[in-house]
Design a protein around this ligand. Structure first.
Ligand SMILES: [Zn+2]
Length: 232
């Protein structure tokens, strides 16, 4: 009866298609029923340039591309505080066994804004806790967004836009984003978790912050990955 009452007060509709009376309908659920696949090659900011080509800094496991219902589900999930939806999405996360990751890692979610976290809208946190439970790993929400240096970022972007690119400018531009995160007390192997992989800049920034704190990122998990921006 309490459930019925709560449904009346807080009605539920599907995050992916808007269908009434369920946080996530069967068809939208099916969008996430897949195995982890490595999509790190689609993220330009995660590429390490070597003499004989480039390779991703670490594997990034995802459940599909960021489009259609899957994209709508994720956007809608990010923008509402709903325990039933958190639960429904977490239940879709497949097992992490057999992914060639170390036995002992710390699962660290990409940082959200403190106000979103307070309001219960922390998708990376829900995912991170689920991944940690499946892998029998430690979960630690230790990354924080540092204050952004807007003046510096605007200067860097203007330089790029106006073609005033100097040697090493791209590295600096990456640095601007990587410095936008800080981390306390962390060592050993780390697995990052975020909702979506786009250019890889967020994960690269997080990996820098983890390295600064003495840890090492050995992999990452995301729900979906955007199409490779270089190919698009
Ligand atoms: Zn649906």
């Amino acid at each position: 009866m309490l459930d019925t009452l709560l449904d009346l007060v807080f009605p539920q509709w599907c995050a992916g298609c808007g269908r009434w009376d369920t946080p996530l309908c069967e068809e939208c659920r099916a969008e996430f029923l897949s195995r982890w696949r490595d999509c790190s090659a689609d993220a330009p900011f995660l590429m390490l340039v070597r003499e004989d080509g480039e390779e991703p800094a670490f594997p990034v496991f995802c459940l599909g591309t960021y489009e259609g219902r899957r994209r709508r589900c994720i956007i809608s999930w990010k923008n509402q505080a709903s325990a039933p939806l958190d639960h429904a999405m977490a239940s879709l996360i497949p097992d992490v066994a057999g992914l060639a990751l170390p036995e002992h890692v710390t699962v660290v979610p990409a940082p959200s804004s403190p106000s979103r976290e307070r309001r219960g809208m922390f998708v990376a946190g829900v995912l991170g806790q689920q991944v940690a439970e499946l892998g029998g790993w430690r979960y630690a929400n230790v990354l924080r967004k540092a204050k952004r240096n807007w003046k510096r970022e605007i200067e860097l972007r203007a330089d790029v836009a106006l073609g005033r690119a100097r040697r090493g400018l791209r590295i600096q531009a990456r640095g601007a984003k990587s410095r936008a995160m800080s981390v306390r007390r962390l060592n050993g192997d780390v697995v990052l978790v975020d909702d979506v992989l786009t250019t890889g800049a967020t994960l690269a920034g997080a990996a820098h912050a983890v390295a600064d704190a003495g840890g090492r990122v050995v992999g990452a998990f995301v729900l979906a990955s955007a199409k490779n921006p270089r190919r698009v």
